[in-house]
Design a protein around this ligand. Structure first.
Ligand SMILES: NC(=O)c1ccc[n+]([C@@H]2O[C@H](COP(=O)([O-])OP(=O)(O)OC[C@H]3O[C@@H](n4cnc5c(N)ncnc54)[C@H](O)[C@@H]3O)[C@@H](O)[C@H]2O)c1
Length: 314
């Protein structure tokens, strides 16, 4: 059993705790918002109920997750620390700077940043060699993928250690050769989002149509056959010819996203404000959360026997 210290008990922090506890590990969770810490037990309970944990095991698994009330307390008990605080570089720097005086230099620290450079996160650290980018996907107890990346100063031994521990959880681990913002998954995901926004800005279709195309077409293909395998499957000559004619019309925008800016100026920020690209009628958020988990679960049995890619792309 490894004892993890998780900083940040929000969406990802509590979900990662559940994934670790299901595999028999312990997790001490610290959050600087007392309301988040007070609600941790309930959120863990409902994640466990949804996660497929057999009812008889729910209490034992839940008991492996405890709230701790300071970084010093967290550091005292942790074999590995996971940073899962808000996605702001300054916040991550402050947390790591406050943590390290309490933490022996050989204890690994993993950051769950989505799109920040690991080297940039490490910049505030006394011991940057111990920081590894370990990027989970939401919900962490369901989605198999965990991406692992070093920063410029990361000692490879810490990367190997993270890779071994995550693979032992039964996760699909991929290992990047070097640090790039967004790992692989968010770079691919947001290249698609950028193109979708361009289609909307150009008046090609409605937002709902984008989702239909992905859910009924592209997404189904990619859940079965990845884009690299598909490129070979259709032939690299055809792939080259398609890119040659299509690429000049694809978005390369880096700063201007008028569709989003217009909605944000009207305070239509999406789910939380009741309107965004789509209309968030009451009940839609719950329906989406349930559909997301059910959809992932539906695709998981196909992976049985394969547990694709322990060791992944290194
Ligand atoms: N939401 C996702 O789908 C997703 C997926 C992968 C990675 N991530 C990354 O995981 C990290 C956490 O994201 P989230 O979605 O859980 O956000 P969240 O807002 O749900 O949780 C962040 C938590 O950090 C706490 N926090 C903020 N400052 C703190 C501090 N100084 N000390 C202790 N706790 C502090 C907040 O109180 C909050 O509970 C981010 O880096 C995010 O980019 C998110």
């Amino acid at each position: 059993m490894t004892r993890f210290g998780i900083i940040g008990g929000g969406l990802m922090g509590h979900g990662i705790a559940v994934a670790l506890a299901q595999a028999g590990h312990g997790a001490g969770v610290f959050d600087n918002d007392p309301a988040v810490l007070a609600g941790l037990g309930d959120r863990v309970g409902s994640a466990l109920a949804r996660s497929g944990t057999p009812r008889a095991r729910v209490a034992a698994v839940g008991d492996r997750i405890v709230a701790v009330d300071s970084l010093a307390e967290l550091a005292k008990q942790a074999d590995v620390v996971i940073e899962a605080v808000s996605e702001r570089l300054a916040v991550k720097h402050d947390v790591l700077a406050a943590l390290e005086p309490h933490l022996p230099p050989d204890v690994p620290v993993w950051t769950n940043t989505s799109v920040l450079s690991i080297s940039a996160v490490a910049r505030a650290m006394l011991h940057p060699q111990r920081l590894v980018g370990v990027h989970w996907w939401n919900p962490p107890y369901l989605i198999p993928l965990v991406e692992i990346a070093p920063g410029t100063d990361t000692d490879p031994g810490f990367v190997d250690h993270a890779h071994t521990l995550i693979a032992e959880l039964g996760k699909t681990t991929v290992r990047l050769h070097r640090d790039v913002p967004g790992f692989i998954g968010n770079r691919l995901q947001f290249a698609l989002v950028r193109e979708a926004l361009q289609l909307l800005a150009d008046g090609v279709c409605e937002p709902e149509t984008i989702d239909t195309v992905v859910r009924a077409g592209v997404g189904l293909r990619w859940a079965a056959v990845g884009p690299m395998e598909n490129a070979d499957y259709i032939g690299l000559d055809l792939t080259r010819a398609i890119l040659g004619s299509l690429a000049p019309s694809l978005s390369t925008e880096t700063h201007e996203f008028p569709v989003l800016d217009r909605l944000l100026a009207q305070e239509h920020a999406g789910r939380a404000s009741g309107r965004g690209l789509l209309d968030w009628r009451p009940g839609r958020a719950e329906e989406v959360a349930a559909r997301l988990e059910a959809g992932i679960r539906h695709n998981l049995p196909a992976r049985r026997g394969g547990r694709a890619g322990h060791g992944g792309s290194h």
